[in-house]
Design a protein around this ligand. Structure first.
Ligand SMILES: N[C@@H](CCC(=O)N[C@@H](CS)C(=O)NCC(=O)O)C(=O)O
Length: 284
């Protein structure tokens, strides 16, 4: 029987779930594996002292965390979750069945952590030897957190509503609202940038970026250039997109272009394909 189990094991290791890894720097932290591991949907990942994150390449909330990890020069193992076909073991790793979620053993107890903004602070605390993710005076840090809180509350929901919206007057109203948020963001950002808090990317960039990087979805599916008239955000986007930390986080599945992949997924799932909103945009 043991022999049968042993022989069957490699057959179970089909290409449904991957554990990814980044090189780590935290002193004393267990070193994650350096290669992709493949597991079958039914193979429960082992909980160890090395943090493991439930991941999905298209999820903007996951993207926040991978960006923070990259800025922190930190590593973590990741297990790829198919959100359309969630593995039965997911609740043990993510109580609400959502990504991102991080689990690992601390003092012999399994920890289960979730909510992307909480995880950004966890990255800061866990990988405490890395570059500070929110540097500055207490007031500067607080201002960074004000940006995160306002962006998370207003801009993110307007983005989703605009992707879903097919009515021109509601779209114009939403775009007007998003533009007010962007005007406030431009005023609140560091005056010279190019990043939100100054010359290097911080937790504030990681928290806001996933939706700014996904504005291509509104451009292609709604024919609207949301950043027109926002030179500081345009400069931010150009600098951030090409930053080596950010480039590391752009990991679409094989043979998929990241931007086109996003446009296709949002188009199918939320936007109902293309609708020209350029006239509505002119009224916003
Ligand atoms: N508030 C959560 C949102 C996470 C979230 O909604 N993740 C989506 C993927 S982008 C998810 O896992 N959806 C699966 C589901 O709702 O069943 C966070 O900030 O982490």
């Amino acid at each position: 029987m043991q022999l049968v189990r042993y022989l069957c094991k490699p057959i179970l290791k089909v290409n449904t779930v991957f554990v990814r890894s980044y090189p780590g720097i935290r002193e004393g932290a267990p070193r994650p594996a350096q290669v992709f591991h493949k597991m079958a949907q039914q193979d429960i990942p082992e909980v160890t002292e090395a943090p493991l994150m439930c991941y999905n390449w298209m999820c903007p909330y996951v993207h926040r965390v991978t960006l923070a990890l990259a800025h922190k020069q930190a590593t973590i193992n990741m297990v790829d979750i198919d959100l359309a076909n969630k593995p039965a073991w997911l609740p043990k790793f993510s109580p609400h069945g959502k990504v991102p979620a991080v689990t690992y053993n601390e003092n012999g107890q399994q920890q289960v952590l979730y909510e992307s903004l909480v995880l950004l602070q966890w990255v800061e605390d866990y990988f405490s030897k890395g570059p500070e993710l929110l540097p500055g005076t207490p007031a500067q840090k607080a201002k960074g957190r004000i940006i995160i809180s306002r962006f998370d509350g207003a801009a993110v929901s307007k983005f989703y509503q605009m992707v879903r919206c097919s009515d021109e007057s509601s779209f114009a109203e939403l775009l007007h609202g998003l533009k007010s948020e962007f005007a406030w963001l431009e005023e609140s950002m560091d005056p010279t940038g190019p990043f939100m808090m100054g010359p290097t990317p911080t937790m504030v960039d990681a928290a806001c970026a996933p939706w700014l990087l996904r504005l291509c979805v509104l451009q292609k599916l709604r024919n609207v250039d949301v950043l027109a008239g926002f030179p500081k955000l345009q400069k931010w986007l150009a600098a951030y997109k090409s930053h080596p930390d950010v480039v590391k986080t752009i990991k679409p599945p094989p043979n998929v272009d990241w931007e086109q992949g996003m446009i296709d997924i949002y188009g199918d799932k939320y936007a109902g394909g293309f609708k020209d909103m350029s006239k509505a945009a002119a009224q916003a």
